[in-house]
Ligand binder design. Structure first.
Ligand code: SF4
Length: 154
């Protein structure tokens, strides 16, 4: 739903803080998650994540979430699925080249990134190509395991 998508971008800062809190909690709970088994948790987590992100961001559940770097705007809503945008076709009024009734996803991503304060430069990070094997999997669990590995490496 575009209304919720735009609301989320307008409230990017609060939602980003909320996500950081969730990530901190999941990292703290890593021993429990590990004991239960990440594989076993994959289905319930991916379903919950898909419902929450679908409602707030029109997420396409790519499993390779960039929301924190794209002003809480999901780049998978771009008709060209550009993960590094925008394309050259953005209209003068900010509309999408392919779907003129929609504001270009990268215009909203830029607006959201401005609300993230010192996080705004993250929108300039070049995103790697989409790994389609991650589709439908939990980006939350993947991010948790990555963070735990990084903490252990320090
Ligand atoms: S105008 Fe924006 S949303 Fe539309 S195809 Fe180009 S980059 Fe994607």
């Amino acid at each position: 739903m575009k209304t919720m998508r735009y609301w989320s971008v307008r409230h990017a800062r609060g939602l980003h803080w909320l996500y950081q809190g969730l990530e901190t909690l999941l990292v703290f709970l890593h021993p429990v998650l590990n004991w239960v088994g990440y594989e076993r948790l994959e289905t319930p987590f991916s379903r919950l994540e898909s419902a929450v992100k679908g409602l707030l961001f029109d997420s396409q559940s790519c499993g390779q979430c960039t929301l924190g770097n794209t002003g809480m705007a999901c780049p998978m809503n771009c008709p060209k699925t550009l993960r590094n945008g925008p394309c050259g076709g953005v209209r003068a009024d900010g509309g999408c080249e392919i779907q003129p009734e929609m504001t270009c996803v990268w215009v909203t991503a830029w607006e959201g990134s401005q609300k993230l304060g010192n996080q705004e430069s993250t929108i300039q990070i070049i995103q790697p190509p989409l790994d389609v094997r991650n589709k439908g999997t939990s980006a939350w669990l993947r991010a948790t395991r990555k963070k735990v590995a990084e903490n252990h490496a320090v």
